[in-house]
Design a protein around this ligand. Structure first.
Ligand SMILES: C[S@@+](CC[C@H](N)C(=O)[O-])C[C@H]1O[C@@H](n2cnc3c(N)ncnc32)[C@H](O)[C@@H]1O
Length: 268
């Protein structure tokens, strides 16, 4: 099987990540589906976070997940590779008066923390950007304390392989830092194979308006029109598995399916 990662080196992918997320830092943090407090509250509730927990959020971006946890836990740390995202995270945390948070810069394929440092290790909307999600998951497990929780939240690709392939191709055109969204049937075994026990799962749909998401993405020249054409064609047969439909004459709306998976690191 040829994987997306086969054609892309990790250094060039990292450069693409930093380029995209430097430009996306502010608009991403302001997108309604990203800052949605109800969705953030669901993530925190599913994780079972409480006052004794210490949290690490992996690929934290603008720190909205860190900020959501910070209200309930002892301390929350965010780690990300993109300096502009970390600057945005510190700005948001300061504006909210949060004093129990910290933000660090690192590539999350090698986390700069000792084994078992955190009781909850989360990552939201980032696994589809990783060339080697299993390697990141292994690091998340390593820094999670025995008996602690690893929480993975991500967009899901369709269970239909043709729709999943079309969705991932479209996403890479829209945002060249996209690697590959997985169907649930692949994400769950990845977590179980990482020696974690899935304890809870929750699902929701993240509503998006096509022009709004294109506005805050930075496709290569000409690719925004290719994305528009792919969506227009998908209206007839839902070829992307995203439920795309017209709203009024001009708008196209769709929804990303999202899963919250809460897994436990065995206590041994
Ligand atoms: C779509 S944003 C999600 C941000 C945040 N988790 C949220 O849900 O609001 C993806 C983030 O992953 C970060 N990222 C992607 N690959 C990374 C890597 N290998 N190491 C560290 N950060 C990475 C990007 O810099 C970006 O901030």
């Amino acid at each position: 099987m040829t994987c997306y990662g086969d054609a892309v080196t990790s250094a060039s992918h990292q450069a693409t990540i930093v380029d995209q997320f430097t430009r996306q830092a502010v608009p991403f943090s302001e997108a309604p589906g990203i800052k949605d407090e109800q969705a953030l509250a669901l993530l925190v509730a599913e994780s079972g976070a409480g006052p004794d927990d210490t949290v690490l959020d992996v690929a934290c971006g603008p720190g909205l997940v860190v900020a959501a946890f910070a209200r309930f836990v002892r301390h929350a740390t965010g780690v990300d590779i993109t300096p502009a995202m970390l600057a945005r995270a510190r700005e948001i945390a300061t504006a909210r008066g949060l004093t129990n948070v910290q933000f660090d810069q690192s590539d999350v394929t090698s986390l700069p923390y000792a084994d078992g440092s955190f009781t909850i290790v989360s990552s939201r909307f980032a696994f589809h950007h990783f060339l080697d999600p299993a390697a990141v998951l292994a690091e998340m497990r390593r820094v999670c304390a025995p008996g602690g929780r690893v929480v993975v939240v991500d967009l899901l690709a369709s269970d239909d392989p043709a729709k999943a392939k079309a969705m991932n191709e479209m996403e890479r055109l829209r945002d060249p830092s996209h690697a590959r969204a997985m169907p649930l049937a692949e994400l769950e075994p990845l977590i179980r194979d990482g020696d974690l026990t899935i304890r809870r799962r929750a699902f929701y749909r993240l509503p998006v308006e096509l022009e709004a998401v294109l506005e805050r993405s930075f496709p290569a020249p000409g690719d925004a029109d290719r994305v528009r054409a792919i969506f227009a064609a998908s209206l007839a047969d839902d070829a992307l598995g995203l439920g795309a439909r017209r709203h009024g004459e001009r708008e196209i709306r769709f929804e990303y399916p999202v899963v919250i998976l809460v897994a436990e690191r065995p206590a041994r």
